[in-house]
Design a binder for this molecule. Sequence first.
Ligand SMILES: [Zn+2]
Length: 342
Amino acid sequence: MSFKDIIGQRLAVDLIKRAIDEKRFAHAYLFIGPEGVGKSLLAKTFAKALNCDRDGMGPCGECVSCKKIEERNHPDVRWFTYKIGEKRSGANDGWIRPDSLEPNKKSPQISIDMIRFLQRAMSLKPYEGRTKVYVIDGADNMTEEAANCLLKTLEEPPKDTVLILLASNMSRLMQTIISRCHKITFYPLDEESVKSELTRRYGLDEKKALCVSRFAEGSLGKAIETIEEDALTKRDKVVDEFISPKRLGYEDIWLYDEPRDKVNGILSTLAVYFRDLLVFSLSRDAGLLVNLDKADEVARDSKRYSAERLEEIIEAIAATQERIKRNANIKIALASMRLNIT
Ligand SMILES: [Zn+2]
């Protein structure tokens, strides 16, 4: 994996490549942009290039150092996150996090203790590599205390160290943090790039690849998740349950048994289906749909609702997701949603 394997993000890649070529790096970078568009991948490739055992342009991908970084196993390249037990495609869970610093499961955030831990590790000399690279994934989810503590590191950065903050929501970062980092913006990927990557990786046919890439809204990470978690099958089930005339009783709603953190994602696919009904009833153009693989069903179901009703339903689903986010009882929230969208 080298710079040329990163899809899209030419601007970000060029900035980092130039820094490598000219051997002039900032001590701290802020990679800002949506989830799943290549921020972690560029951070990893950057770390490899900074520590690659072979001379040349960019990382070789084959030396011991590159391999260790790839496996998240390099003592000088470490990853911090607030995300719990997150499954990431192509990466084992190499997050550095002592057990005692496990984030609070209900509102996971990067705590001041985690930043202190990072600072202690940063103050040591590199073990094996030339440059230590510390990545904070989800830097927009730091507590205020943690952010203030990190500020000290940004004001007096340790030698031979590059800190990379990954974030998707700039408004949740303190201005003083933003101003002390070299900011690099990442953009959603275009539909075509995501589509061809999906075809390459999973051998999907044209239609399915396009459908998944529309679901993912320019995020390759989200597209991969859609495939690996079989989200389209779950969409079919949820659409059947909430739209089909031969619906089951309340007790039988399949979604009740899904883990809480998955329910909203599945509800989003239902909302997208209803949005497609609206799009189709207004445009009669199946080419505009996200659910391209269900064009016939969309054409059929769109006749059952008025445009106003569809808007109400889409709002009702969003309101339910909001309630679930606020820890509402899932069963009650879903049952009342079903009453509202019938
Ligand atoms: Zn190498």
